[in-house]
Write a protein that binds this ligand. Structure first.
Ligand code: SAT
Ligand code: MN
Length: 589
């Protein structure tokens, strides 16, 4: 399929190491994929769902011990420990390779090795990059087919001589938790993943390449790989402005990316278009503005809570050609179900663990809280016509956000780019089920990249500052939002979902110089009356005022937390960041 000696040589090395019985190169043809789907159903790895209700859809269950990313087993192996930084796990690359080589040795005996060439980003785009993943999992092959531009086209994009591709080696091995490793070698363009079969750990194009390796490449090559959705808002005159927004995993990126405008905007003719729901690669274009592509071709979205109110577009996207992972299986009509899909759980079902399950009587959940759908972007009713554009889309605003019950207001704007980098760097969020570990604990998650930055976080802040200097007055404006403030009973105050557009509209108005703001100790805020609440039940200008409140005591605690957090970066914390912290402290006096 290719003459590229770098690809061929590396695949030969992995064959010699893993010793598969058979090697299959994925060309991306439907015949080849159909045959793999058939095999996966024969072995029980996948279940074919109701062809009438869910054409081309399948169900897969991972091992019960293997349902989320494993951050404590994820490593950045740079030659020097300090280059990985204080937040990443680190091991010497030679030591790690020696350790894992023993595990990979002969691991594919009796198995087939699949070689998946894939392209992250539109074929032919200068912003796109190629990876090759070898794996012993058909599930991985079929997911990569949805999530990337896969097969021959990727090798053609790479060309016959280039060595600029990411080498991804995956084996599910025995799915042994104790020996599970997700390892990035940024200096070698390589990823080694073993003993997992869960999405974020094994679809190596996604977090491992498109964020961890790509963030490192971006620093060296002068661009950015970010954990951001990209959406476009089209006004009644047909002009579209694009927003990139970073939120931690399972904080509603997919919902925001596909939001349905509230009636007040819909009737005026506003539309929302989805470019991406998880990752943005951004470069400075010839016009000096920041341009973004979504490197992925599909959505790996959280299933629970997705329904025809919260996200009808996502639900529609999953009706064809989708792989469902760890949801409940409705045996009556061979379809699927998850918590929050509707109020009618199936009685005759199998839960995500594979046990008989009655949704009406069981106390257990039918779907794992981190169960997922892998759905082709082209199915999405609101997919942007720029989705495949080789140039990407120009970004007007960058939005950071986390899940905070109290401290962070509904929205505020940074005073300038450097302050915006500070705002991103102090992001914090309550943890979710997307990674193993306790849920609901507040942790600092700068730019939502804590689990995904492939190098020293202090240098990463420095790279952001540098990008801002290069962008100058063409830089997008930077904002922070929080949809998750709660009242004294713990209920969310802001309705969220489609109504988040009301906040985005203020953000865009600010970008166009069309809205006022008031200065607060933390940045610029809207006047409460500038957030359009027409048609919102139970929300008054006073509610909005409350949501915008900056509690100085809480923020002083916050500043102390930031100071602590910053300490670990030592002299690799850019001076500008320390200065911004001082300004915040002064403003809070
Ligand atoms: O599991 S993934 O890393 O693919 C999704 C996420 O956690 O954001
Ligand atoms: Mn994500």
């Amino acid at each position: 399929m290719t003459k590229n000696p770098n690809v061929l040589g590396w695949v030969d090395e992995t064959i010699a190491l893993c010793k598969p019985d058979k090697v299959v190169w994925l060309d991306g043809s439907q015949e080849q994929l159909d045959e793999l789907r058939r095999q996966a159903c024969e072995t029980g790895e996948m279940i074919k769902l109701n062809e009438e209700k869910l054409p081309g859809c399948y169900l897969h269950r991972t091992a019960v011990n293997d349902v989320a990313r494993v951050e404590h087993r994820t490593f950045i192996c740079t030659k020097k420990k300090e280059d990985a930084g204080p937040i990443n796990n680190w091991m010497d690359p030679d030591e790690m390779k020696a350790k894992l080589t023993k595990m990979y040795d002969g691991v594919m005996k009796g198995r087939t090795m699949y070689v998946i060439p894939y392209c992250m980003g539109p074929i032919g785009s200068k912003l796109s990059k190629v990876g090759v993943e070898v794996t012993d999992s058909i599930y991985v092959v079929l997911n990569m087919d949805i999530m990337t531009r896969m097969g021959k086209q990727a090798l053609e994009h790479l060309g016959d001589t280039s060595n600029d591709f990411v080498r991804g080696l995956h084996s599910k091995a025995d799915v042994d938790e104790e020996n599970r490793y997700i390892v990035q070698f940024p200096e070698d363009n390589a990823i080694w993943s073993i003993n997992s079969g869960y999405g974020g750990n094994v679809l190596l194009g996604k977090k491992c390449f498109a964020l961890r390796i790509a963030s490192y490449q971006g620093k060296n090559e002068g661009w950015m790989a970010e954990h951001m959705l990209i959406l476009g808002i089209e006004n009644p005159q047909g002009e579209t402005k694009y927003v990139a927004a970073a939120f931690p995993s399972a904080c509603g990126k997919t919902n925001l990316a596909m939001l349905i405008p509230p009636e007040v905007y819909k009737k005026q003719g506003y539309k929302v278009w989805t470019v991406g729901d998880d990752i943005a690669w951004m470069r400075i274009g010839e016009d000096g503005r920041l341009w973004a592509i979504n490197p992925e071709a599909g959505f790996f979205g959280v299933a629970p809570g997705t329904n025809d109110k919260s996200n009808p577009n996502a639900l529609a996207t999953t009706k064809r050609g989708t792989i469902f992972t760890n949801v409940a299986h409705n045996l009556d009509d061979n379809t699927i179900w998850w918590e929050g899909l509707d109020k009618n759980p199936p009685e005759n079902a199998v839960d995500w663990k594979g046990n008989p399950w009655n949704g009406k009587t069981s106390a257990e959940k039918g779907a794992n809280p981190n169960s997922r759908f892998t759905a082709p972007a082209k199915n999405c009713p609101c997919i942007s016509d720029k989705f495949n554009d080789v140039n990407g889309v120009p970004i007007s605003a960058i939005v950071f956000g986390g899940r905070r019950a109290k401290t962070a207001p509904l929205v505020y704007q940074s005073r300038d780019w450097a302050h915006g980098v500070f705002v991103g760097s102090i992001m914090a969020s309550e943890t979710t089920a997307a990674a193993t570990g306790a849920v609901g604990v507040v942790r600092r998650d700068p730019m939502a990249m804590r689990p995904f930055c492939g190098y020293h976080m202090g240098d990463y802040f420095g790279h952001w500052l540098e990008m801002g200097e290069r962008l100058g007055d063409k830089a997008p404006k930077i904002f922070n939002v929080n949809w998750f403030r709660t009242d004294d009973e713990g209920h969310f105050i802001w309705p969220g979902f489609g109504d988040n557009m009301r906040v985005l509209m203020w953000i865009l108005a600010r970008c166009e110089g069309k809205a006022d703001a008031v200065e607060t100790p933390i940045g610029y805020e809207p006047k409460p009356e500038d957030i359009n609440i027409e048609g919102l039940e139970g929300i008054t200008a006073d509610t909005v005022r409350g949501l915008l409140d900056v509690d100085k005591d809480l923020w002083r605690e916050e500043a102390a937390g930031i100071e602590d957090f910053y300490k670990q970066f030592g002299d690799r914390l850019p001076k500008e960041m320390a200065h911004q912290l001082e300004v915040l402290k002064k403003n809070l006096q």
